[in-house]
Design a binder for this molecule. Structure first.
Ligand code: GAR
Length: 213
């Protein structure tokens, strides 16, 4: 069975979705850069190991990343899932886990990398918004896309209502990506495009809101 750790900074609802809906992965630990992250209590309650690597206790980004990498290495995971982990990781950290770090981002990348994605989507007037699961590369919120889900933007939307509609899709597609990884079905082409093998499933097919798998 493939193994994983999850990195969080806050509430941890995507971490919960992963743990509950990707049973084919051995989740070995939940790590946070914030001691007060609410998701830590949920993880501990589920019997998962939890660790805090507080970024405020480290003098530089490199020192924090080295401590974080050491904490991750202690669990020897196949995959590292960023789930609302709000720290920019150094290239040196990312290079230590090649094609093994996944992130979920609340927009249809490459649109709206960075923060405040829902506000920016409303300001831009896009009619479709969504969420993206991608492999992490040194470029922020960039990297081979595993799966996306799109939602309509409604005239009455506020950033909060739009965020809630997107979050429901995040909770669907992140476990979906995790299940594909657990099944060994995900490859990245030399050009940096993800292919999902088997059963005629492709990432295009998976953007359907009615995706049952
Ligand atoms: C999620 O919406 C996730 O996509 C976003 O933070 C939220 C965390 O919620 N991540 C990013 O913006 C990363 N760039 P959660 O803690 O309940 O999973």
């Amino acid at each position: 069975m493939k193994s994983a750790v999850v990195l969080i900074s806050g509430r941890g609802s995507n971490m919960q979705a992963l743990v509950e809906s990707a049973p084919g992965l051995d989740f070995r630990a939940v790590l946070s850069n914030r001691p007060e992250a609410a998701g830590l209590a949920w993880a501990a309650g589920r019997g998962l190991a939890t660790r805090v690597v507080d970024h405020k206790a480290h003098a530089s980004r490199e020192a924090f990343d080295a401590a974080l990498a050491a904490a991750i290495d202690a669990f020897s995971p196949d995959y590292v899932f960023l789930a609302g982990f709000m720290r920019i990781l150094t290239p040196g950290f990312i290079d230590r886990f090649p094609n093994a770090i996944l992130n979920i981002h609340p927009s249809l990348l490459p649109s709206f990398p960075g923060l405040h994605t829902h506000e920016r989507a409303l300001e831009a007037g896009v009619r479709l918004h969504g969420a993206t699961v991608h492999f992490v590369t040194p470029a922020l919120d960039h990297g081979p896309i595993v799966v996306q889900a799109a939602v309509p933007v409604l005239d009455a939307d506020t950033p909060d209502t739009l965020a809630a509609r997107v979050l429901a899709q995040e909770h669907r597609i992140y476990p979906q990506a995790a299940r594909w990884l657990a099944q060994g079905r995900v490859t990245v082409t030399p050009a940096g495009v993800v292919r999902v093998s088997g059963s005629g499933v492709s990432t295009d097919w998976a953007i359907s809101p009615r995706d049952p798998s």
